[in-house]
Design a protein around this ligand. Sequence first.
Ligand SMILES: [Zn+2]
Length: 316
Amino acid sequence: MKSTIAWRLTVIATFLGTSLAASLGQTSQSALAAPYGIVYTRDYLKQLNQEKLLIDVGKSKKGLEYHGGPVIAQAKVYAVMWGGTVDSQIQTGIGGMLTATLNSSYFDMLKEYDTTINTADGRNGTQQHIARGQFAGQITIQPANAKLSITDDEIGAELEHQVQIGALPAPDANTVFMTYFPAGMTIDLGGSLSCQVFCGYHHNYKSAAYGMILYGVHPDLGGNCAFGCGVGNNKFENQTSVTSHELVEVVTDPAVDQNTGPTYPSAWSTTIGEEIGDLCASENTTLTVSDGTTYLLQQAWDNASEQCAAGPFQSP
Ligand SMILES: [Zn+2]
């Protein structure tokens, strides 16, 4: 995870109302090599000159393949506020979005990524069925690590610490901590910085005490991220878009390995390591709740139809 460009690219979205397009360059092969489920900023994509690459490659590779690792069968998602100054709209709104998304026709599509199959090379699947999940609550932590620039490893260690002191629940194989950071903080993922290179990612932390701690990392999408992340019309919509991308990815590929690309214990990704959200990162959709509330989500790849599932989607 030390090379800035050795990560899989995620297409970001509609840019000023028009779909981005660019050509496949040499750099893109290495950029696609290893996964974090990153959503990249548009500025970074422009540097790589490959905005359109992933969708085209994904379609040509027949979508997602199973590599034998676990999925999350019944996601139990916590929204974790990194201190008390996270964007107020996130604090008041992201729980509703997660509640609706985890209990929706959007989430039902993930059933086709059950692991009751064998891999192409004969490895037995983990025999899991992906059901709807649940939003388990929102927790504001007071990080022991108060640095304003924090590394991915430090995020994992902080989550473990918060579990140890009882601020966060002990995680099991279904637990996901979706972390939201305040403005002014920078996340360093092996030398690549939030809002310069990425808008969000998902990863895991190997804890001796608790096993694999699964989490999503969501920097504040203002500042340098304001015009470079998500497919929405405003900061909150951009965050729900990025959040949906990382949510479906952590469910279908929780043990994603940052170094080796799509091999066990990864679960579902393309032959070059793109995950379910990466193939559709320029496409938005909506999720409407029975009370009329509508959330902007990002589309996810549907293997059955070999395209991004367009929606719109509903939550009861
Ligand atoms: Zn992704």
